[in-house]
Design a protein around this ligand. Structure first.
Ligand code: ATP
Ligand code: MG
Length: 405
């Protein structure tokens, strides 16, 4: 079928009252970014729907991109024709025939924005339904669970027919919830945490610690490639790399082995929080999961978290590793994450970290360091780059769902 339009249904937006306009504007901007490679597409953001006029662009290629945009409940490719009953009948029949096999049932569902149109929705449903029954005598109409559902919309500028509806990514448009920093390692968990943050409308900027020459160029590249994967959801993400070598070497010399990990993490968090402040972000996300490793016991979290009152959000905190891996596979970060390039925490990891560090001890050891200089030196050398969306997209097929009018 030669589709002329994709009709996009908003997700949770509908419930957002007076914020609706800004939600729609943000979604519009995000759709525009991912559809950048399709210059003919015209986006019409309406109050309750968004219409994408294809002007010759390939519907399937456009839908593949929509699949990753948060804030979309579902989308349907549709065909525009003249608002004349004979034309509507022929197109409806062709759409049914495209899917029809013996035994399949159908339904016609009409919506009318043009109230001047000569027929009301019931009359249209009946007229089109009768025509299809005449042409395919053995087909049965079924109102509750039809196999084939043809949706007809009579708008001011024409009639639009749809026969397939696909599930969108749901969530909220990225950016509507404000900005936060994501502590991104090269591991499995933090990219998943980033995906979940974006799903709730949070714009994220990556903070990545690296320790040359202990960590290789590959480890840095891996974090950048993970960022590129996540940029598929928004078009672009800022990548902030923070040199951590001096801090790690200093801590290694001055802090007892059992507290190496705790103090390192406290300094990572302090630095991330300082960067957050400069970048005017509101919160910090990380990939910690309760009980997963020594640094992620509740005692550890308490001792590390104490350096700031900024909200620290841990989207995968209560997920099992297998659940996190399933999501990592879904968002296509898993294969990258398991590449064996060690990050700075692994290399400086003490052999026997305290699983229940005491906050007073941690603060006491930290007080022996020249904290201001260490933090300033690292901040002076941060580098910020823009990482754009990759040319590749999620390869999952568009998932068809029961149509909703
Ligand atoms: P991940 O799979 O995300 O690496 P992990 O289970 O390996 O997590 P840790 O290495 O203990 O756990 O790290 C816990 C969290 O601390 C990470 O999810 C990430 O948010 C943050 N983190 C760890 N290393 C770095 C790093 N080099 N740069 C930025 N953040 C980091
Ligand atoms: Mg890790």
């Amino acid at each position: 079928m030669q589709y002329t339009e994709i009709m996009v249904r908003y997700g949770e937006l509908s419930t957002k009252g007076k914020n609706r306009r800004s939600f729609i504007d943000r979604l519009h901007g995000n759709v525009e970014k991912v559809l950048h490679p399709f210059p003919t597409v015209r986006i019409h953001p309406k109050r309750d729907r968004m219409h994408l006029e294809l002007n010759g662009a390939d519907a399937q290629a456009v839908m593949d991109r929509l699949q990753v945009v948060f804030g979309i409940q579902s989308y349907s490719p549709s065909i525009k024709i003249a608002k004349e009953m004979p034309a509507i009948k022929e197109l409806a029949l062709a759409l049914v025939q495209e899917q029809y096999q013996t035994g399949k049932t159908f339904k016609i569902a009409t919506k009318r924005a043009d109230h001047q149109f000569a027929y009301d929705t019931n009359q249209i449903n009946l007229a089109i339904g009768d025509y299809i029954s005449d042409q395919i005598p053995e087909i049965k109409a079924e109102m509750r669970h039809p196999d084939i559902k043809i949706q007809i919309e009579i708008r001011m500028d024409g009639a639009y027919l749809t026969s397939h509806t696909y599930r969108g990514s749901a969530g909220l448009p990225v950016g509507t919830a404000g900005k936060a920093m994501l502590m991104l390692s090269g591991g499995i968990d933090s990219p998943v945490a980033g995906y979940l943050a974006m799903k709730r409308g949070v714009e994220i900027e990556m903070v990545h610690f690296y320790s040359p020459p202990y960590t290789s160029e590959h480890a840095l590249q891996k974090a950048q490639e993970l960022t590129a994967k996540l940029a598929s959801y928004t078009g672009q993400i800022k990548f902030i790399q923070v040199p951590f070598t001096e801090i790690q070497e200093t801590i290694k010399q001055q802090v007892p082995e059992g507290y190496l990990m705790t103090i390192q993490r406290r300094l990572m968090l302090r630095l991330t929080d300082l960067i957050r402040q400069k970048r005017q972000a509101l919160a910090i996300f990380n990939g910690e999961s309760v009980g997963q490793v020594a640094s992620q016991t509740l005692e550890s979290m308490a001792a590390i978290n104490a350096v700031t009152t900024t909200p620290i959000i841990r989207p995968v905190a209560t997920m099992d590793k297998t659940e996190i891996i399933a999501l990592a596979e879904k968002i296509d970060t898993f294969d990258l994450s398991i590449q064996p390039f060690e990050d700075c925490c692994t290399i400086f990891a003490p052999t026997r970290p305290r699983t229940k560090p005491r906050l007073d001890k941690a603060a006491q050891y930290e007080a022996q360091l020249d904290l201001d200089t260490l933090l300033k030196n690292a901040l002076d050398k941060i580098e910020i780059t823009n990482i754009s969306l990759e040319s590749h997209f999620l390869e999952a097929p568009n998932e068809e769902i029961q149509a909703l009018l």
